[in-house]
Ligand binder design. Sequence first.
Ligand code: MN
Length: 284
Amino acid sequence: MRVCRFEKDRVGIVIGGEVLDITYIVEAFPVYRYPLPQYDPLIAHLGVVQEQFEQILTSAPRLRLDNVILDSPIANPGKIIAAPVNYRDHVDEMLLDPAIDHHLAQKPIAEVGLFLKATSSLIGPSDPILIRDSKRRTDYEVELAVIIGKDADRVSRECAMDYVAGYCIGLDITTRGPEDRSMRKSSDTFTVMGPWMVTADELDDPSNLDITLSLNGFQRQNSNTKDLIMDVPALISFASSFYTLRAGDVILTGTPAGVGPLQIGDQIVSHIQGIGEMATSVAS
Ligand code: MN
């Protein structure tokens, strides 16, 4: 199942070239009052959507996918967790790039840990990435994004995949420089997720997916998730050893080689096998 959000307050299921509007199902979810939960209600209630899938096929209003403005498939992630250098080829390119602090590339994730991006940095594919300071170098990074489906507290690698709700494409936009990653990667619009979430029952093995990014029509990143240094189950197990993962939390799994700077006016097309393609623009 491919779950999307669109027009800011609508939820849909993508089937072929159509979006089936299931907002009426989401509106029947429990009403939350302050203080709001630390999880994403849509992801927490995904089972309700799945139970009604047959009925959705016959009765949900249908729209043309081309005509809808897509938002991030996750509206309210409690945490956006990200892996630093996690592809072997990206380690090599970082060591050759004078703009990148080399000591960042040399230690394994198990030693340096994961980092967090502000949830306020999140946008969907229809919103532009906004370059905040054009004098600083700001890079694209395409990444497989893992969406957690339920509370995961100190889970083993063997059980980790039971906690995955689904996957989408993620862009981890990054200003290069000396500040902590959590600051350089958390500017407004610096996390793009889309174009929809593919649920784990449809995409059950994330360990061998082609992943590419093109900038203005030229391919810049081209790899496969089999080259991840710390794979998806290991990332979930490691993250959950430090904090409880909640429904809707996101793990950005790291980017392969080919990162480079963005300019205002650029057009990014990212693709992950089994998920789809996402077009994103860059503005100021
Ligand atoms: Mn990254």
